[in-house]
Design a protein around this ligand. Structure first.
Ligand SMILES: NC(=O)c1ccc[n+]([C@@H]2O[C@H](COP(=O)([O-])OP(=O)(O)OC[C@H]3O[C@@H](n4cnc5c(N)ncnc54)[C@H](OP(=O)(O)O)[C@@H]3O)[C@@H](O)[C@H]2O)c1
Length: 330
């Protein structure tokens, strides 16, 4: 089969190769998916770069955890009725060497989720990591119906789905932060009620005005370290902060009493290892949302398989406006 892979960590252009590799067969409990599109996430870059000291965990890695395609083979114990089913994939390259950036992937049946009829295969490749992370950040601590939610980085892959799932979950007011007018447009398309340009505006004052001084009940946070002072200034007593990244300041000094005196709930989210029941709930809700809402899936650019290294560089540039996708068959 055609695939992209790397045998050692390093820069995209120096380590990512494309070519032919053995086609896998489904083992018991697995399905084989003929991949249409592979979705790229920051974690795929971090893994290739050895971010945080993570090693090259396997001699050869086919990157990317997200993707979409059609089941063309089922292993022993998997219902034959799954054959020819269109699916979206999650955790394709988590604790496994072979991800979605190839013509075929074999993985446990539950990690290939039936794609709702109205969702295209292209959009199916955007869903996995970003939507499950957004769901966990929003719903890990109970319903958000009627709550005021702040989602930082509302044009990011996770942030954009968080806005949409917060609306689906009945949040009464969704505030988001962005860094430019084009990113504001994406947040608007997702359904944010109030958008703050954090580079030009005073976020704390704007949130105070928007909420008439009340603050927010729930925060979905992409940059905990740098935003900690803002969080403490706008979070209501008993509020929740769900944090999924802190790239710019990975080792912030925690303002213990700031959070304690608010009886705040600090929720750390590491999507890959949420409890099994949380995965089940996320998949159930995401498929309902895909089926019964009008989801917005911004796609920045589609690259052919042999340009996988360029796709990585595009994501690394920070200029992408939406998901970066590899089309396997072009
Ligand atoms: N914990 C987990 O399970 C998990 C799951 C998925 C992703 N992640 C991590 O989460 C991060 C984002 O992932 P993604 O896929 O959403 O990436 P993305 O599509 O690149 O989005 C990141 C967004 O964060 C915004 N941002 C950066 N600094 C900000 C700040 N100080 N305030 C507000 N917004 C800010 C960026 O916009 P501007 O730069 O224009 O502000 C961008 O829109 C990555 O580090 C990724 O590795 C973690």
């Amino acid at each position: 089969m055609k695939a992209a892979w790397y045998k050692k960590q390093g820069s995209a252009k120096s380590v990512i190769k494309t070519g032919d590799i053995d086609t896998p067969n489904a083992k018991p409990g697995e399905v084989r998916v003929k991949i249409a599109y592979s979705g790229l996430n920051p974690t795929d870059i971090k893994r290739r770069q050895g971010f945080g000291g993570q090693p090259q965990a396997y001699p050869i890695i086919i990157p990317h955890s997200d993707g979409s395609g059609v089941i063309d083979q089922v292993g022993k114990g998997v219902l034959k009725s799954r054959l020819n089913q269109k699916v979206w994939i999650w955790n394709g390259q988590w604790q496994r060497p072979f991800g979605t950036c190839a013509e075929y992937i074999c993985l446990p049946s539950r990690q290939a989720v039936p794609l709702p009829k109205k969702t295209s295969l292209l959009h199916g490749a955007c869903i996995g990591i970003p939507a499950i992370t957004a769901h966990r950040c929003l719903f890990a601590d109970g319903p958000i119906k009627g709550k005021t939610v702040l989602i930082t980085g509302g044009a990011g892959a996770v942030g954009n789905y968080a806005i949409q799932l917060a609306k689906w979950g009945g949040a009464s007011l969704i505030i988001t932060t962005v860094s430019s007018e084009s990113k504001a447009k994406q947040a608007r398309m997702a359904g944010a009620d109030a958008i703050i340009n954090y580079k030009k505006q005073n976020v704390i004052k704007r949130i105070s005005t928007i909420t008439k001084g009340a603050g927010v009940d729930h925060i979905v946070e992409v940059a905990f370290g740098v935003n900690q002072p803002t969080i403490l200034a706008v979070l209501k007593t008993h509020g929740t902060v769900a944090c999924y990244a802190s790239d710019k300041k990975p080792n912030p000094m925690l303002d213990f009493y700031g959070f304690m005196l608010r009886n705040a709930n600090l929720r750390w989210v590491f999507m890959y290892q949420i409890p099994e029941s949380a995965f089940r709930n996320a998949i159930r809700d995401i498929n309902k949302w895909l089926e019964y809402s009008d989801p917005y899936h911004p796609v920045d650019k589609i690259f052919p398989l042999f340009k996988t290294a360029d796709a990585h560089l595009r994501l690394q540039s920070g200029k992408a406006k939406g998901n970066i996708i590899i089309s396997i068959n072009s």
